[in-house]
Design a protein around this ligand. Structure first.
Ligand code: NAD
Length: 389
């Protein structure tokens, strides 16, 4: 379906994500109106956008005239009615279903022509769509932090979303320079779901006493080619944020064992060690794995095999659940998270048999259902050796 690129965007919530999205949109030529409930958060959001524009000019990534034009395209408001002419409105309000549902219902009245997009990380889009009263106009547009720099956006339609609303949301995300991946509505959507094992299996390796967190990080970076190890990455993201995503997926699934939160992470959060933002998490501020002891060669293989096996396994479950195709999952993990390869490519590199042997061995030792092999993975292994499964 060919659809005109939206020219007017509304963004609701001027926090980390809302300000980032609004600043990006203004830079990309959209007339952008940023709403928040009070002047104070708007001033903070505006300041953040100004600083990022100044930095882009200083680095010569944006010309001074273009930065001035971007500023002129952005207005801020505490009156929801000012969003009346917007073609798309992205809500980036706090992560509460009641608050977001009420907001979307008000937006539906205020801007009758707008597609309403939620940037929620964890609430079902179908739930928000029903609460809005206009489910045909509601989609999920899940940006990653920071929105200007992260290339991927997850686009989530529900069974009740109009095709024209999906097309307009896609045109908007593309106008912001994003790589759009279509994802079904479910716990963690695609990226948060398929990335879970990177953190959770790493945490379990440490809980099992098989390695230290610094050893796991070192192996993931040096042997796996990941840009950051799971523990240093959790310190960057926020240990509490990482835990909240896991907890939400686990609760939404009524206790899927693969998504069971880690007691180690819970203890860290309980102690206020949330990562870089609190001056320390797994690591002390300024410290890293490079100064700490490396694991023995045999342990290196075990660490990487466990994490990769669970990444492959999670993706196989996700394909069967209809989250996205195997190829889309691979693309999203590489583009969205800079993984060196997607789970399908890891499976081809290692061999399906080796992945399954790792999971079966863990199952034999622990009898923990988090290590049950996805039926799709067993089928893929059988197909690879010519067995008609
Ligand atoms: P934030 O706390 O930084 O910002 C939320 C903003 O919403 C604040 O400025 C607040 O004043 C405003 N707000 C409060 N009540 C409101 C209301 N009733 N109507 C409109 N605005 C209201 O939060 P954030 O980190 O920007 O997250 C926003 C959304 O984006 C959440 O749904 C979150 O799950 C999602 N998200 C966050 C990240 C991330 O890394 N921070 C990444 C992807 C998605």
């Amino acid at each position: 379906m060919s659809i005109a690129t939206p020219a007017r965007l509304g963004v609701v919530g001027a926090g980390t994500m809302g300000a980032g999205i609004a600043g990006l949109a203004a830079r990309c030529g959209l007339v952008t109106t940023l709403f928040d409930i009070a002047e104070a958060p708007l001033a903070i959001g505006r300041e953040r956008i100004d600083v990022s524009l100044d930095r882009a000019v200083a680095k010569r990534r944006v010309g001074a005239d273009d930065a001035a034009a971007a500023r002129a395209r952005l207005t801020t408001t505490t009156a929801l009615a000012d969003l009346v002419a917007c073609e798309v409105i992205i809500e980036a309000a706090p992560e509460r279903a009641d608050l977001k549902g009420e907001l979307l219902a008000r937006l539906a009245e205020v801007a009758p022509g707008a597609v309403l997009a939620s940037n929620t990380s964890s609430i079902a889009i179908a739930d928000l769509a029903e609460r809005s009263g206009v489910p045909r106009r509601v989609v999920g547009l899940h940006f990653f932090n920071p929105p200007a720099a992260m290339p991927l956006v997850e686009l989530v339609a529900t069974a009740r979303t109009d095709a024209s609303a999906v097309a307009r949301a896609r045109a908007l995300a593309e106008a912001l320079g994003k790589d759009v991946v279509d994802v079904s509505d479910g716990p963690g959507f695609l990226v948060n779901r398929c990335a879970r094992p990177y953190y959770l299996e790493a945490l379990r390796i440490v809980e099992d006493g098989a390695a230290t967190f610094a050893q796991v990080d070192r192996v993931c970076v040096e042997d796996g080619g990941f840009p950051l190890g799971p523990f240093e990455l959790m310190d960057v993201i926020g240990v509490d944020v990482s835990l909240a995503v896991t907890r939400s997926m686990w609760e939404q699934s009524f206790g899927e064992p693969r998504w069971r939160p880690s007691p180690l992470q819970v203890r860290l959060v309980g102690g206020g060690r949330l990562g870089r933002k609190t001056g320390g998490g797994f690591y002390e501020a300024g410290a890293g794995w490079a100064d700490l002891p490396a694991p023995a060669p045999a342990a290196r293989t075990t660490i990487l095999d466990r994490i990769l096996a669970q990444l492959v396994n999670e993706a196989a479950f996700a394909v069967t659940a209809g989250v996205a195709s195997a190829a889309e999952i691979d693309r999203a993990m590489v583009v969205g998270l800079s993984h060196p390869r997607g789970p399908g490519a890891w499976a081809s590199l290692l061999g399906h048999d080796r992945v399954i042997a790792t999971l079966d061995d863990l199952w034999t030792r622990e009898h923990d259902p988090r290590y049950r092999v996805a039926p799709g993975l067993r089928r893929a292994a059988a197909a690879a050796v010519g067995i008609d499964a």
